[in-house]
Design a protein around this ligand. Structure first.
Ligand code: TXA
Ligand code: MG
Length: 318
């Protein structure tokens, strides 16, 4: 059920139910982050491995502090500049947080999403919301309420309608568990913007493409459409498929040979933010075209291009 009724969402969450919530990045599948039982429902609905921890969402840093979460200086510096916004901080966990949320780690991921309706929801709740992206494990993240409804239907209590996500990529995740901040996941806030505020480079050694022990959600094939997706045109030499049986996802320019009706261009003006906003919708749309394969062109490795390329590589057939 898609609803705009904030009070209903509050009542359902207070009763331990699952409600999908809008954020600026992607829709999240939320439950009471202090209730092991409610959080267990998220893992079940998503079919998510229990070794993969969840992000806790609330409306202010002060709330997280009230719940006993200590936030290192450098994280505070970034939060002041970028929160609410597409950035998640991995910091030492407090005792209030069930082990299921953190998958037994001694750290917890926290984030303040930048969406007016969800900020109001979080303000009115006496607990943080644990919320992964509201998709079945491994499939494409939802950027509209109807994407969530399509995947979950009656398996969840409600989807709070908040319009299309304005960023369209999950948050950038940084761990403050060591001496030097580590980038765990590329996302909706660029590496360049973060490093500028910190005045130093992030440690990227934990940003591994395959099974990454520090961010177990970063499994190698993720965000995957059902149609096989290949990066660039290497595939053309390997496949028998005709151009008319391919879908093309490009950044600025169309492909010369694939029929235009089978092409999705992420941003005709070459704008990274617009491309990010369109990415998951493009993957979904490409899948619905039901062709033999999808070819995606990588973007320049800079700014949000990095995170978009990360998602495309994960969506690709290995
Ligand atoms: O933008 C977002 O971050 C969205 C919206 C809904 O907030 N959420 C999201 O959640 O992308 P999810 O569950 O799809 O991805 C969370 C990632 C996973 O890769 C998980 O392994 C990592 O965060 N993570 C969570 N807690 C962690 C922790 N304590 N240490 C390291 N990584 C953690
Ligand atoms: Mg996800």
């Amino acid at each position: 059920m898609i609803t705009k009724n904030l009070q209903l969402a509050i009542d359902l969450l207070m009763a331990g139910k699952l409600v999908a919530i809008p954020t600026e990045t992607v829709y999240g599948l939320a439950a009471n982050g202090f209730s092991g039982a409610a959080v267990a429902g998220i893992f079940q609905a998503k079919n998510r491995p229990q070794f993969n921890p969840l992000i806790l969402h609330s409306n202010s840093i002060a709330r997280f502090k009230e719940w006993g979460i200590e936030i290192p200086e450098e994280a505070l510096l970034l939060a002041e500049k970028f929160s609410p916004g597409p950035i998640t901080f991995v910091v030492p966990k407090s005792e209030l947080i069930p082990d299921l949320v953190t998958a037994g780690h001694n750290s917890v991921a926290i984030r303040i999403p930048n969406h007016p309706l969800t900020l109001e929801l979080l303000r009115q709740l006496p607990f943080p919301l644990a919320a992964p992206s509201a998709n079945k494990s491994g499939s494409i993240s939802p950027t509209q309420a109807k994407d969530v409804e399509e995947q979950f239907g009656d398996e969840i209590a409600a989807v709070l309608e908040g319009g299309p996500c304005t960023i369209g990529l999950e948050s950038t995740i940084i761990s403050f568990m060591g001496n030097h901040p580590k980038l765990l996941r590329l996302g909706g806030l660029s590496l360049e913007a973060i490093e500028e505020i910190l005045g130093k480079s992030l440690d990227q050694t934990k940003l591994i493409n395959n099974e990454n022990p520090e961010a177990p959600g970063m499994l190698s094939r993720h965000y995957a459409p059902k149609t096989p997706l290949y990066i660039n045109e290497a595939i053309l030499h390997l496949t028998e498929a005709k151009f008319s049986e391919m879908v093309y996802i490009g950044f600025k320019l169309p492909h010369a040979e694939i029929p235009l009706s089978n092409q999705i261009i992420l941003s005709r003006t070459g704008n990274f933010a617009e491309a990010a906003q369109n990415l998951f919708g493009a993957l979904r749309q490409a899948d619905k075209m039901k062709q033999k394969l999808i070819i995606a062109n990588l973007l320049p490795e800079e700014n949000l291009g990095r995170a978009i390329n990360d998602r495309l590589r994960r969506a690709a057939v290995k």
